[in-house]
Design a binder for this molecule. Sequence first.
Ligand code: AMP
Length: 193
Amino acid sequence: MKAVCVFTGSSFGADKAFEEAARSLGAAIAKRGFTLVYGGASVGLMGAVADSALAEGGEVIGVLPKALADLELAHTGLTELKIVDSMHARKTAMADAADAFVSLPGGLGTLEETFEVWTWTQLGVHAKPLGFVNVNGYYEGLLTFLDHAVASGFVKQKHKELALVDADPDALLEALAKTDVSYEPKWIDRQNR
Ligand code: AMP
């Protein structure tokens, strides 16, 4: 594992612990010698992850669509800032540059990006591990819903478990680095219907 892509909020959220987790994840990525890949903004938890990785001497690559460069205040101190044409190009560039994905607390953008790379692993588009930093149980409700999706026959337990979960950012990085993703075909009931 050389590069880790982080998805997280462009806001700070309501709990001070979210920012602390973002700062410790950024620092841990740099201390382990990994490159941080993220959305390139200077605001919210996104900015906090980047700042803490840079402060530890880490390499940080940001990928920002042109239309968001002003809105999300492009981070000007990165090792590299790639400006791309669209949201889709942004996600493709981030996914291509990373070997693993970590989701800190965040909003719709964070969830959308996380589910996309999760489904790409499920479909075998790539074989890259992912995980949630479950700060103060932020992702509990989502994980409970996914248990419901498994029980309802729409998601395989193995695909749900592709996403590792840990409250501690460095422990999550350690687990991701040891994870070898094997492809499990998605289609649950092709033989029966
Ligand atoms: P949020 O979690 O909503 O604060 O958003 C976090 C990041 O996700 C921000 O940089 C958003 O621009 C980005 N984002 C939101 N929607 C999308 C999308 N459809 N594709 C790519 N990035 C997105």
